[in-house]
Design a protein around this ligand. Structure first.
Ligand code: MG
Length: 400
């Protein structure tokens, strides 16, 4: 516990000395990949991340992470939001969120600015847990499980002939099964014919593995219906981002035509954005990203809205260990709708694409073994970047 009792010289009574945010630092991290990998929209040849460090007046540290274009998000954190939070009590994360929200409402109801607020909120959540001596899942209401089943996200595209690509995808998938994963998610949206071949080949090769497919909003409605029917025939668990997030009204039309569950939401933000998306119907699983949707504080509200509509929430997780730890705590506190004595277990997304900033930069990290992860019990998020390793990836640092 880092909160101490001190004497108030004015009235001689014992009062609790409140912590105060003293510094907010940002770290723009970059790693150039040996080989690019792609999905339906483009190919990655570098990995980027933006980490946020909040330090209070006693040297306690909270870490957060933002999802989105790191340079722009860094500027939003450093020049707009960090100055608003210096001197703020880090235990007041709800009030801080509202303070930032109202201060930038005219131009920041969604997008990069909300991504910036998300990382700050995550860092404040981590710091609050450390100050109170409780884990993030306890701050979220208490974990329901101590371990989570994970699914491997991978099988991205390469710039090679399609027959070779399909062989490579199946080999990669076999590797995840060998590591103990019982669920996997493939990328679709390359082109319709390849997508159908890939879906069928995956099911044929892995008849007993839970499979999901993610198009990253690659299809129009007729294409999504065509692919959805193949996923249905191959008993996939869900069809992720089948359609553009710009057209929430199309999800209900798709849901009328196919029987595979529809998942989406990684591009959406705030309770208001999700209310609009889910209110239009057709979405069965909602996927806010805690480094983008508004942070852990806002994700709890998004989950409450989804729950009120009978929709289950499974956090999207990309980036480094801070976001994955946030998603882990969030999922561990999930109550499956509507619930039963033997409920289905939500699956944690574990990105397996190359990223040394995720795999080699943390001194305290999540252990993924046999396709499962233990929910951290240490105060806060339970993962800590190694400063020396972090410095090796850092191309720009700021401090307020
Ligand atoms: Mg996705």
């Amino acid at each position: 516990m880092s909160i101490t009792l001190t004497t108030n010289p004015a009235d001689k009574t014992k009062v609790k000395a409140r912590p105060m945010i003293k510094h907010i630092r940002t770290y723009l991290l970059r790693h150039k990949l040996d080989e690019s990998f792609g999905f339906s929209q483009w190919h990655y040849d570098t990995r980027n991340a933006l980490l946020i460090e909040i330090e209070d007046d006693r040297g306690n540290i909270g870490w957060g992470e933002c999802y989105g274009p790191s340079e722009v998000t860094q500027s939003a954190v450093h020049s707009i939001y960090a100055p608003l939070l210096i001197g703020w009590d880090p235990l007041k994360n709800e009030a801080a969120w509202q303070h930032c929200w109202r201060a930038s409402l005219d131009f920041a109801r969604s997008g990069i600015m909300m991504g910036a607020m998300s990382g700050l909120d995550m860092a404040m959540f981590d710091l609050k847990g450390k100050l109170l001596g409780v884990s993030a899942s306890e701050l979220m209401g208490g974990r329901r499980v101590d371990k989570l089943e994970c699914y491997a996200t991978g099988m991205y595209f390469r710039k090679i002939p399609e027959n070779d690509l399909l062989d490579m995808i199946l080999e990669e998938a076999r590797g995840y099964v060998d590591q103990g994963f019982k669920a996997m998610k493939i990328k679709v949206g390359k082109n319709i014919e390849f997508d159908k071949r890939q879906i069928r080949a995956m099911r044929e090769a892995f008849p007993d593995v839970r499979l999901m497919a993610d198009s990253n909003h690659a299809y129009d409605l007729p294409e999504a219906i065509e692919i959805g029917r193949v996923l249905e025939e191959c008993l996939f668990d869900w069809f992720e981002e089948p359609l553009s997030p710009q057209h929430p009204e199309l999800f209900a039309k798709l849901a009328d035509k196919i029987d595979v569950p529809i998942a989406t939401g990684e591009c959406e933000q705030t309770r208001w954005g999700f209310q609009k998306l889910l209110g239009a119907g057709g979405v069965h699983i909602v996927q806010p990203d805690l480094a983008y949707c508004g942070g852990p504080t806002e994700a709890l509200k998004i989950r409450a809205i989804a729950s009120s509509l009978g929709i289950n929430t499974i956090a999207h997780a990309w980036g480094t260990m801070l976001n994955l730890a946030s998603a882990t705590h969030f999922l561990a506190t999930n109550h499956v709708e509507p619930g039963r004595a033997e409920p289905s277990q939500p699956l944690l997304e574990v990105d397996r694409t190359p990223n040394p900033m995720r795999d080699e930069m943390y001194s305290t990290t999540l252990e993924i073994k046999d396709g499962q992860v233990a929910v951290p019990t240490a105060p806060g998020l339970g993962v800590e970047p190694d400063r020396k390793a972090l410095a090796g990836f850092c191309i720009n640092q700021t401090e307020v």
